[in-house]
Write a protein that binds this ligand. Structure first.
Ligand SMILES: *[C@@H]1O[C@H](CO)[C@@H](O)[C@H](O)[C@H]1NC(C)=O
Ligand SMILES: *[C@@H]1O[C@H](CO)[C@@H](O)[C@H](O)[C@H]1NC(C)=O
Ligand SMILES: *[C@@H]1O[C@H](CO)[C@@H](O)[C@H](O)[C@H]1NC(C)=O
Ligand SMILES: *[C@@H]1O[C@H](CO)[C@@H](O)[C@H](O)[C@H]1NC(C)=O
Ligand SMILES: *[C@@H]1O[C@H](CO)[C@@H](O)[C@H](O)[C@H]1NC(C)=O
Length: 296
């Protein structure tokens, strides 16, 4: 049995398609660039699957891992996007283009990078559980730091659309309250902007259309993201949380404010699903579903 496994591993290794484009990762809330058990294991998995081994840059927002983790909760997302854009610009290994993989909120953050920071060029954008239409609920606090989690809850209690909270709480910046859509559109400092809900920014559409494929992974048993349809660009209907408006019925798509309709008609949007909870995919699922988008 062991021998057979050994042969299979050896075989897939030799015939692995040439993967040469660099890869950029952006971690989720409560996580960091370099935790050996989360993104560290993803990096090793990718390295085992692609030959030659691609260059991988896991974004660290801040000067160390602790800052990176804290910034995932409390650093204004627009500042995080600027910071990440500078890191990408400064990394000469990315100058010919890179594939991007965002985990959870890292998914919508990398989409903002594609829209606001087109150089170096992004090739495929893979969003694993990203909340592209935001969230409405905070059922589980990611990470395990009680102090941070209680502080987040306190800010949410004060009010997500208060300007102090908007400027400092990451989750508030992609909070979409279906009962307060007008307020959301007016004050959301991040999501309403990248989703073209306040003003229309032509560059956002032009830039997003430059990427190759947009791969969107939704977790069917997700108990962290409400609604999980947001991972496929779906969201609650205005004033009605019993009803979901899927991407293709949204005004974002119908009026093609981001080029998503064009991309969809060209089959460049890949709607993937994992029948698990948030980010709880297996190595084999990742190999079967994500690795193909990293080969070129
Ligand atoms: C660029 O990639 C090479 C090869 O992987 C690596 O040795 C080098 O440190 C990288 N440069 C930067 C700035 O990370
Ligand atoms: C929680 O985070 C705060 C702020 O970074 C830190 O001071 C504290 O030590 C952390 N607590 C634990 C248990 O990690
Ligand atoms: C996730 O989405 C699916 C299909 O859109 C839905 O049936 C399911 O109830 C959702 N899961 C959770 C935990 O909300
Ligand atoms: C949703 O409710 C708000 C506040 O009651 C109201 O102003 C708005 O017109 C409603 N929108 C729709 C589409 O029903
Ligand atoms: C909300 O949507 C559900 C499902 O489409 C529908 O049955 C219900 O009547 C709607 N509620 C309101 C208040 O419009």
């Amino acid at each position: 049995m062991l021998l057979v496994v050994g042969i299979i591993i050896c075989f897939t290794h030799i015939f692995a398609t040439i993967g040469s484009s660099p890869i950029v990762l952006w971690h989720g809330m409560g996580d960091s660039c370099c935790d050996p058990y989360s993104l560290g294991s993803i990096i090793k998995l990718i390295e085992r699957q692609l030959t030659p081994t691609p260059y991988i840059h896991s974004l660290r927002i801040g000067s160390n891992i602790e800052e990176d983790q804290l910034n995932g909760f409390f650093m204004n997302v627009n500042h995080q996007i600027d910071y990440a854009c500078q890191l990408l610009n400064a990394d000469k290994n990315l100058s010919k283009g890179y594939h991007a993989i965002g985990f959870s909120q890292g998914g919508q953050f990398l989409r903002a990078i594609a829209q606001r920071c087109p150089n170096p060029p992004m090739l495929n954008l893979i969003s694993i559980g990203g909340q592209h239409q935001g969230v409405f609920g905070f059922p589980r606090c990611p990470g395990d730091n009680i102090t941070i989690c209680n502080y987040v809850r306190e800010l949410l209690r004060i009010g997500v659309y208060e300007s102090f909270v908007q400027d400092h709480l990451v989750q508030a910046e992609y909070w979409q309250d279906p009962h307060q859509e007008a307020t959301y559109r007016k004050v959301s400092v991040f999501l309403a902007d990248i989703n073209q809900e306040r003003i229309f920014n032509e560059q956002y559409k032009t830039n997003l259309l430059k990427i190759g494929n947009l791969v969107l992974v939704k977790f069917l048993r997700d108990t962290m993201v409400y609604p999980n349809e947001s991972e496929h660009f779906g969201f609650y209907a205005e004033n009605n949380t019993s009803k979901i408006i899927p991407l293709r019925e949204s005004s974002l798509y119908i009026n093609d404010l981001l080029g998503l309709k064009i991309m969809d008609q060209q089959s460049r949007i890949k709607f993937l699903e994992s029948d698990t909870n948030h980010l709880e995919f297996t190595d084999q699922w990742f190999i079967d579903n994500i690795i193909p988008f990293l080969k070129d």
